[in-house]
Structure formats: structure tokens, C-alpha cells
Ligand binder design. Structure first.
Ligand code: SAH
Length: 359
């Protein structure tokens, strides 16, 4: 049993079984034993690899899409260029390099990073030296400026609650209990859940759905700010327009692990419910959910890949071709990963996206 297991068992003895979101929050963010506080999460030596770490093309194209929206919105002379969960800083570095040629964009941008992990803040500081980034814990006290924001694989890390439909209109919530030798998942007594009334029509007994109060809170803040001040949010993650089934998972050393063994030592995630995010962001407008593969193709990834390939040969060329495929192919990240943008009501969607998800 690791130290966090002992701490959580003591907490369960005092408070009763933990809802999944409380468990997830402790595993990821506990100041002494949490995953993001103690582990090397991203990259070959870590537990998972992300799109910006696979190829510079991902950040370049997202950066140019942001810059086009900035042009479409009249080139505001001061704006926040922000990222939620910037990891090793690679995505923002690629955005900044790709947008160097957009006149006025860098001069107008103030770089704002939202990062919970002290280790990753250090990595970002090193990577983005020269761009004077500012770090914040959340978006609650932003200056009144347009917000041009990206978030890649941020929302999947936010704690979820999970429910199983019981008889009639009742739901059982997923909880974590103490066993003789550790922790294990269980289901609480069936109860009504007003927050899930809208799912009564498309689920039946035994079905599992998830919701994320934290994702709703971030979506709400983003929607309010973008509606009031202008800007755009580009949100990329695995998930769908509506939550269905158990998607809670642990990743360790690039493979799946038991999410209830060794808490704090594996990355815990769940699929993103983009519909929930879009509703929370109202009155901001959400674009139609698009797959990452189609979005990157529309932005011209094939032409960019060919241009980069001209300078490569041998193993470097092979790696580049593999990276292009990983980002876009339906059997790799192309279909599982989706992109949603939030814009002020009435604004043109960013390039590669169409109006339409907002109910
Ligand atoms: N966007 C990066 C990293 C994705 S991993 C990439 O694509 O490579 C998830 C990131 O979100 C990490 O930087 C993690 O530390 C951060 N994060 C997770 N939960 C957070 C929270 N509640 N508040 C702030 N940052 C968080």
C-alpha cells in the first residue's frame, strides 16, 4: 500500500466512501503524493504522449487558426494568448513560432498559462523563456481583454462523477471504498439526481454516464469571458458530444493500469463530454464537434507535412511520416480526438470548423 492509499483509507474511515471526483482530485493533485505533483507524466519516460509532443505541425496549425480568429475579430491591440494545462510548453512554443509572421500578433499578446503542477510550470518557464508568460491557478480574475485560448488534453484530466442508472429515475453513484488490502470501486445506494434529468430519455437501467462539475465550471468561465470580451477557445481532447459508458481510465508507462491500485502513481482521465462543455459555456457559441483528423486536414497539414519532408531523410523522414499518420489517421488519434471551439455569439468560427453544437 502506498502512502496515498493509507491517507485515503483514513479519510474514508472518517467520511465514508469517496465519490469518484474526490478520489480523482486527490490522486492527481494531492500536494505531497498527487500524480501531477510527483511524476514525469508526458513523453517517452513518462506515461503518455500528446499531439504537440508527436509533431510540431499540431501547434503550428492551431496557432495559425487562433491568429486567423484574431484577424477576424479586428486584431485587438491587446489580448490574452492563453493555454490550459500547457504540459511541457511545447504547444505554446509551436504556436508562438508559427505566428511570428502574423503582423502585430506577438506585440498584442500577453501569454497566460494555467498550470497546477509545479514541475510542469518549471518546464514551461524554461521552454517559453523570452515570452514573459504569467501563470494563474484559474480564470477567475482575468483582465478585461479578449481571450484566445487553447486546451489540449486538459479537460480529460478534470475529475468526473460517474453514475449507473438504477430502477425508474434513480441513479447509483460510483464511490471508492476501503477493502482489507487497499481501495476498490463500489456503487452507492440508488437516489434521484436532478443533474441527470436530461439523461433519463436516452438511458436505461444499467447504463453508465459521467459528468464533470469542474469541466462545467471551466466551460462557464470561458463562455462568460469570451462572450463579454471577445476571443476564441480551441478545445482538443478525446471524447464525444455526449457521455456514455465508463471511460474512467489509468495510464502508466504508456499502458492501461488499474485506476484504484497505487493512487497518485498513474495518470487518471475520462472522456470529455463536449456537449456538457458547450451547454456550460452558453451564451458563447460552440462550433460543431469535428474530428482532429478532419480538422488538421482542412487546415492544410498535408501540405505542411510535405514542406517539412523536403528537409528530411532516413530515420528522421520515417519518424515525420509516422507522426503525420498518428495525428490524423482514423485508427490512431484522427477520430478519437475531437475539437470544439467557443466563440462570442455571432462570430465566425475559426478556420476548419463549422457552426452548430450549441443546443
Ligand atoms: N497540453 C499538454 C499537456 C496535457 S496533460 C500537451 O498537450 O502536451 C494535462 C495538463 O493539464 C498538465 O499540464 C497538467 O498538469 C494540467 N492540469 C491538470 N489538471 C489541472 C488543473 N485542475 N488545473 C491546472 N492544470 C491542470
Amino acid at each position: 500500500m502506498n502512502a496515498l492509499t493509507e491517507i485515503l483509507r483514513a479519510r474514508i474511515a472518517a467520511e465514508g466512501p469517496l465519490p469518484l471526483d474526490a478520489y480523482m482530485r486527490a490522486c492527481l493533485l494531492d500536494p505531497a503524493h498527487g500524480y501531477y505533483t510527483t511524476q514525469t507524466s508526458i513523453g517517452a519516460e513518462g506515461d503518455f504522449t500528446t499531439a504537440p509532443e508527436i509533431s510540431q505541425m499540431f501547434g503550428e496549425l492551431l496557432g495559425l487558426a487562433l491568429a486567423q480568429s484574431w484577424l477576424d475579430q479586428g486584431r485587438p491591440a491587446a489580448f490574452l494568448l492563453a493555454e490550459l494545462g500547457p504540459g511541457r510548453g511545447t504547444l505554446m512554443a509551436d504556436i508562438l513560432r508559427a505566428t511570428r509572421a502574423v503582423p502585430g500578433f506577438h506585440e498584442a499578446a500577453q501569454i497566460l498559462l494555467v498550470e497546477a503542477s509545479p514541475r510542469l510550470r518549471e518546464a514551461q518557464r524554461a521552454r517559453l523563456a523570452g515570452h514573459a508568460p504569467v501563470w494563474v491557478d484559474d480564470l477567475s480574475n482575468l483582465p478585461p481583454l479578449p481571450l484566445f485560448l487553447v486546451a489540449n488534453e486538459f479537460f480529460d484530466a478534470l475529475p468526473i462523477r460517474q453514475f449507473r442508472r438504477a430502477a425508474g429515475e434513480l441513479w447509483q453513484e460510483r464511490v471508492v471504498t476501503a477493502t482489507d488490502d487497499g481501495l476498490a470501486p463500489d456503487w452507492a445506494t440508488p437516489a434521484p439526481q436532478a443533474a441527470l434529468d436530461y439523461r433519463l430519455g436516452d438511458t436505461e437501467a444499467g447504463d453508465v454516464v459521467e459528468l464533470s462539475p469542474e469541466a462545467q465550471a471551466w466551460g462557464g468561465t470561458l463562455g462568460q469571458h469570451i462572450t463579454g470580451q471577445g476571443g476564441v477557445a480551441l478545445i482538443v481532447d478525446y471524447g464525444d458530444a455526449r457521455s456514455f459508458g465508463d471511460t474512467f481510465q489509468a495510464l502508466r508507462h504508456h499502458g492501461f493500469a488499474d485506476p484504484f491500485a497505487s493512487p497518485g502513481e498513474a495518470d487518471l482521465t475520462a472522456h470529455v463530454d463536449f456537449g456538457e462543455l458547450a451547454r456550460a459555456a452558453l451564451p458563447a457559441t460552440a462550433t460543431r464537434l469535428e474530428t482532429q483528423g478532419v480538422f488538421l486536414e482542412r487546415l492544410g497539414i498535408t501540405a505542411r507535412a510535405q514542406a517539412l519532408a523536403k528537409g528530411l531523410s532516413g530515420a528522421a523522414l520515417d519518424a515525420h511520416v509516422t507522426a503525420h499518420r498518428r495525428l490524423t489517421h482514423p485508427e490512431e488519434m484522427g477520430t478519437l480526438f475531437k475539437i470544439l471551439a467557443l466563440t462570442p455569439p455571432g462570430q465566425r468560427p475559426p478556420p476548419g470548423l463549422q457552426p452548430g453544437l450549441t443546443p
